[in-house]
Design a protein around this ligand. Structure first.
Ligand code: GLN
Length: 450
């Protein structure tokens, strides 16, 4: 803990990954644990971790990087936080993010812009950019992020770390501030597959407080991949739609060479198709914005966070609190989300999106009849300069093309580092997708390839 805190002190002025540092509490806990002695029964005994600021940690601010929650301090731990604590992990603080997890660069935070540790003039990705930058710069050994449409995998790719989005329902969302409830999943960002497997084993499991939590056995992912040495018998599917036009040459080259390595290690590589991929961005942004507009209705100036002190009526209280509390991107999404759910438009937009979502899921189910793992780039390009895309939301949305289908389908996927791009010299990430509740196979593949 002391080593991480001194690393934070040295790097944080440039990286700006952290919104709240709970150094004293962490040190006290570490000292108490030292005094009691190591506990082999606790898988994460003494491991320092950082938590995305969308996840409630008791007695620490949970702001979602939004002014509307600036002074909100939850009195309870999210389910995954209680599990981390039980396993002996030590929480160092809360990591920066795009406001309410809306974004792909962490530039939408109301408080600070996080820098990519590999090149501080570039973004760390988003929305879990603080978590990814913290792991990449050695501020902690693991971090939690959330992934609604790529927010764990894309920042992991941009910062050269590993990030896994578990199957929908694998990790309880109790205590996570909701963005798109049917898409959100919590997952770890780590330095390698073994650490991700340990973290995932701890945070997974059924929770009656989240009605979408799956009553499934949780394998010991860490033990399941510990002995993995080669990829004999594994069939990797390469979807045409992820390897063609629109992908930077350096990204394709780095991912291709990882696939070549997989082949040398015994994997069989086959072409597959995810034909509805061109509709994924439109579908995702209708579903996500609709759900966000509904979830964010609770921030009304009455129940949580910022309340306009100068309002003269109830309506003015809502109006002033929400217009001052939410940032631009959040407002844009509330407006569009409300529009697509409104009477007369629901059938044209939301219902249609729900139907296309079903087709996107079916693409994956069909592909998994031909392969065990689906593989492609995480992002069409490496980390871009801060400010380059912030004025062009549509361009930013389009950059999510390779990550969002997985959330629409509810399936597990990870991004692993596959080297530096030959032009940008920035980290490149490659994704591995698996069938529902088979996180083991993608973690094992990443471990062998890593
Ligand atoms: N970039 C996507 C969005 O802005 C995904 C964000 C996320 O996964 N939270 O919605």
């Amino acid at each position: 803990v002391a080593a991480c805190l001194s690393r934070i002190e040295a790097t944080e002025p440039r990286i700006k990954a952290i919104l709240t540092l709970t150094a004293e509490t962490a040190l006290e806990r570490a000292k108490a644990m030292d005094a009691a002695g190591p506990d082999a029964g606790k898988r994460l005994w003494g491991v320092p971790v950082l938590i995305k600021d969308a996840i409630c940690v008791a007695d620490a601010p949970t702001t979602c990087a939004s002014k509307i929650l600036e002074n909100f301090v939850p009195f309870y731990d999210a389910a995954c936080i209680a599990k981390l604590r039980d396993a002996g992990a030590i929480i160092l603080g809360k990591a920066n993010m795009d406001e309410f997890a809306m974004g792909s660069s962490t530039e939408n935070s109301a408080f600070k812009v996080t820098a990519n540790p590999w090149d501080t003039s570039r973004v760390p990705g988003g929305s879990s950019g603080g978590s990814a930058a913290a792991v990449a710069s050695g501020q902690c050994f693991a971090a939690l992020g959330t992934d609604t449409g790529g927010s764990i995998r894309q920042p992991a790719a941009f910062c050269g770390t590993l990030g896994i989005k578990p199957t929908y329902g694998r990790v309880s969302r109790y205590g996570l501030v909701a963005y798109g409830s049917s898409l959100d999943q919590i997952g770890p960002l780590t330095r390698n597959a073994a650490d991700a497997a340990a973290m995932l084993t701890v945070i997974s499991g059924h929770d009656p407080r989240d009605s979408t939590s799956a009553p499934r056995e949780v394998p010991d992912f860490e033990a399941a991949i510990a002995e993995a040495k080669d990829l004999t018998g594994l069939t990797i599917g390469l979807p045409d739609e992820y390897w063609g036009e629109g992908v930077d040459e350096e990204v394709r080259a780095a991912c291709r060479s990882a696939v070549d390595t997989a082949q040398k290690l015994g994997a069989n590589v086959v072409p597959v198709s995810l034909p509805h991929t061109p509709y994924a961005v439109a579908t995702y942004y209708i579903v996500a914005m609709a759900e966000a507009s509904s979830n964010l209705a609770r921030f009304d100036g009455v129940r949580y966070g910022y309340r306009a002190p100068d309002a003269n009526s109830l309506e003015e209280l809502y109006e002033l609190s929400r217009s001052r509390g939410f940032g631009h991107e959040v407002k844009r999404r509330i407006v569009i989300g409300t529009y697509v759910l409104s009477a007369g438009y629901y059938d044209a937009y939301y219902r249609k999106a729900a139907q296309v979502r079903r087709l996107i899921r079916q693409d994956f189910l069909d592909a998994f009849t031909k392969c065990d793992v689906i593989c492609g780039p995480t992002s069409p390009f490496a980390a871009f300069p801060i400010g380059q895309m912030s004025g062009d939301p549509l361009k930013m949305y389009l950059s999510d093309i390779f990550t969002i289908s997985l959330n629409l389908a509810g399936l597990p996927g990870l991004s692993m580092p596959v080297g530096l791009g030959k032009d940008s010299h920035m980290p490149i990430g490659m994704q591995l997708f698996g069938p529902a509740f088979d996180e083991t196979t993608i973690l094992r593949t990443a471990k062998v390839l890593g």
